[in-house]
Design a protein around this ligand. Structure first.
Ligand code: GLU
Length: 305
């Protein structure tokens, strides 16, 4: 465990994918995770999630770190890069395979669509196809197909709900088998899946509190199952409100969210703070603004540790 992990009880993190500069929505997640860490007297880390290399933009990591620094959000340890941590992910996959929790899958997207159509299931409007378990070992496994991806075998009894308590949204639950099915932990293109990498890294870095955008909320049950099967602790979760663009859709790099205007970091921080329900003044230095925001942060009370 890192020196930071040994020193404190609270370790938080911001984990951007370097697919472009921060936008108004990602700044909200960064700010919320920083405020929660500071309000708890904890440490705050930045992890560059560059596992999906084809989507990464060269230099975006440095740009993100500079944008954070302009807003006074400086990590307590040098950022780690997921692209350098493949050995850890491989060890986790080996453990899951050895314990019978993961299996190789030879299905293409077309195979999955076809299997779902045969079962009368259509693709949800937003979201991935539910994997119908075609290559599960108990159904005969690959049956001569070449292995493409590796999947986690999720519990599929009707009562097998994953439940957890979000610090902002309250009690949550998901039935993984019907919501996502056996999900990919190593992709057909050989890249590590976000779900596995994030769980391995949060544990390796001793992260105790995850604060991130609500768009990631429905990934949490997959991550909790992975934590259980890898024998890792489950951190506390807080999913922040999403910032919507003028068209009412979630802001994202993909839908062309404008780059952050950092000519006045206090004004930009104030706008991010407003999305989190903070009523602050943009006067004074960045440090002054952050200090007033920490005092207002509502999620560090004894009832919301
Ligand atoms: N890298 C992910 C993203 O940028 C966030 C991962 C996380 O916070 O768990 O959407």
């Amino acid at each position: 465990m890192s020196a930071v992990a040994e020193a404190g009880r609270y370790i938080g993190r911001f984990a951007p994918s370097p697919t472009g500069p921060l936008h108004a929505g990602s700044l909200v997640a960064a700010l919320a995770s920083w405020l929660d860490a500071r309000a708890h007297g904890g440490s705050w880390l930045v992890r560059i999630e560059d596992v999906d290399l084809p989507r990464c933009v060269p230099g975006a990591d440095q740009l993100i770190l500079q944008q954070l620094a302009s807003c006074g959000l400086i990590p307590d340890a040098p950022p780690v890069y997921q692209s350098q941590r493949g050995a850890l992910y491989q060890a986790a996959l080996d453990q899951l395979v050895a314990n019978g929790h993961a299996y190789p899958c030879g299905c293409t997207r077309a195979d999955i669509a076809q299997a779902n159509a045969t079962l009368g299931l259509s693709k949800p409007r937003h979201g991935d196809l539910v994997y119908p378990g075609t290559c599960r070992p108990e159904r005969g496994g690959l049956q001569g197909k070449p292995a493409r991806a590796w999947r986690l075998q999720v519990p599929d009894a009707p009562h097998d709900l994953i439940t957890w308590q979000d610090r902002r949204l309250g009690p949550q639950h998901q039935h993984l088998a019907s919501a996502v099915g056996d999900f990919v932990i190593k992709r057909a293109d050989g890249l590590w899946a976000y779900q596995l990498a994030v769980v391995v890294d949060d544990a390796a870095q001793g992260v105790t509190h995850i604060v991130r955008g609500a768009d990631l909320c429905d990934n949490t049950p997959r991550q909790i199952l992975l934590q259980r099967w890898l024998g890792l602790p489950t951190p506390r979760y807080l999913h922040t409100p999403l910032v919507l663009g003028d068209n009412g859709e979630k802001l994202s790099k993909q839908n062309g969210a404008r780059a952050l205007d950092l000519s006045s970091p206090q004004a930009t921080l104030q706008q991010a703070g407003r999305a989190l329900g903070l009523v602050t003044e943009a006067r004074g230095s960045v440090a002054d603004w952050l200090a007033q925001a920490v005092r207002q942060w509502p999620f560090a009370t004894p009832g919301n540790p």
